[in-house]
Design a protein around this ligand. Sequence first.
Ligand code: CP3
Length: 350
Amino acid sequence: MLMGNNNSLFTNAIRMKKIERTPIWIMRQAGRYLPEYRKLRDKYDFMTVCKTPELAAEVTLQPIRRFEFDAAILFSDILVIPEAMGQHLEFLEDHGPQLSPKIINEKEFRKLRPDNLTAKLSYVEEAVRLIRRELNDKIPLIGFCGSPFTLATYMIEGKPTRNFKFIKEVLYSNPQFLHELLELLTESVVEYLKMQIEAGAQVIQVFDTWGGILPPHQFHEFSAKYLIRIIENLKAGRTPVILFSKGGIKLLQQLKESGADMLGVDWMTDMKEARDLVNGRFALQGNLDPTVLYGHREIIKKETIRILEIFRDRNGHVFNLGHGILPDIPVENVQYLVDTVRESSYKMYK
Ligand code: CP3
């Protein structure tokens, strides 16, 4: 296994160590807001980029070259797992991912082919190895996956949804079936993450994008329980795990005993409340409202410093947005954000 780079700003922030400034990376940092990404996508469709290690590596490095972020994140998608299990996956311009057929009952479930998952996803393994080689230990590489509940939501809904009709219908009418699917996804995700770590991923982030659509009393049973199991299964190695659940302080309350090394904080959560909730026991990541990046420099600066101030004289903060960057954000605003985080936090630490 490749080691090295256990001493970066990013990993030290996760470990609650004192460092000289706040590290920053951005969820969806490789993507359509970058002209160099759009240029590459004019030639190759999204899944071709994911499945071609050289292209995935190139796209992973684009935002690193431009902004010198403090961490790189593997370029891929959470939906490569259902695709590897045999669900047909297509990304439609303006309509997002479409998965078919919908896995709404036992009959559809039995059509899935979860065997040899890591072999089918060896293109991810190869991309991780290539990216690590090219990063040359300058910054750490984050590997990732979707949470079992988030993956199940896409697999059952088949496409992005407003009402979550099918997943909720299954949850209320046939919870045993949903648990069967979540069990399978938990095992698959653990196997997949171990493959990424073995190939060189130095930190793991689990995206629980849809956990927050569950009523708080259902969150543990259908999402957190499985997140905790994933973390327990990775604990033997010492790879730090970041959990990002979108859904406010209530979810953070339920995740504070999850064993995660760092929790992602969405932009709808008050960062001060989150800080007081975890009370220095582990690190937090976030949480600038992504739409602030549409604003003028004064607004970007004000909102950025507001977050940095919350962690003045404390360890354990990684700057990030409260969710992924939007595709039409001006790149110069991202540069301004990065500069502001570096300069302002450096002054605060002195
Ligand atoms: O952060 C990074 O730069 C790494 C790459 C990454 C992508 N998707 C690339 C991508 C990561 C970490 C993801 C995670 C992901 N994918 C999540 C969880 C995080 C979140 O944002 O909530 C989810 C829910 C997905 C599923 C997905 N993939 C959706 C809903 C969409 C369509 C919406 C959109 O932004 O277009 C995608 C497509 C996708 N994944 C793109 C990228 C760069 C855009 C595809 C394109 O180039 O056209």
